[in-house]
Design a protein around this ligand. Sequence first.
Ligand code: SAH
Length: 249
Amino acid sequence: MKLGIISALHEEQEGLVEAMQGPQKAIHGMRDYWTGKLGAVDAVCVLSRIGKVAAAMTATSLVERFGVTHILFTGVAGSGDSGVKVGDIVIAESLVQHDMNASPLFPRFEVPLTGQSHFLTDVQMSARLAHAAAGFLEHDLVNAIAVEERKEFGLQAPRLHRGLIASGDQFVHQKSQLGAIRDVLPGLLAVEMEGAAVAQACFELGVPFAVVRTISDNANEDAATDFMRFVKSVAARYSYYIVRRFSQA
Ligand code: SAH
């Protein structure tokens, strides 16, 4: 396995590169690709930046130029369901591009000429990721995040969820905006801006992938403020510990 690890935000990637043994930087397409070892795994860490095109391009470069065989996306997302709280972790079983709509030529959400609307993640990688995330919640969280911070963000007993994540080129920050997406995508757990684009690129290239997202906000009118605070304080530590457990497994 040569694992490509993509994060969307600088804060999310912090720590991962530091944890690498012998990281080597290569610049390609305006991005820094860090190659080295993470635990027992050969890895390449990169910041995709934000949005579907940025993410698809990054995933493609990882495969075509850096020879990765598997891709893991770690990041934050808005909650897509009232049962999914800030600080909870969502592991994607499938991903959909909620802003893809070529109807009436193709069914809504179907990516034309792929025959797919819901792209499936790799079962084995996702199981390993779920194990890593559960381990983080059970064993690492208390040490990784101070009591006061857990109080501040309401991280009393964060939970792990598995299911549908929707991606689109919009930061969802209005109740009505989220409602419109939820109404047409039953089972939705989280909204973000990259996962389903990575999913499409990996589907087309035949590369197994998995996506883990920590909930940073409720995709409502408070989303921007909540998101900024969460990303600054705690998001990086979630990613760091989950990826570390994943790469040790
Ligand atoms: N203000 C930020 C932009 C962040 S965009 C900046 O200047 O860097 C939000 C990022 O977090 C995206 O990468 C997206 O995948 C994820 N995300 C978190 N909450 C989201 C929400 N409510 N809607 C869509 N994406 C969200």
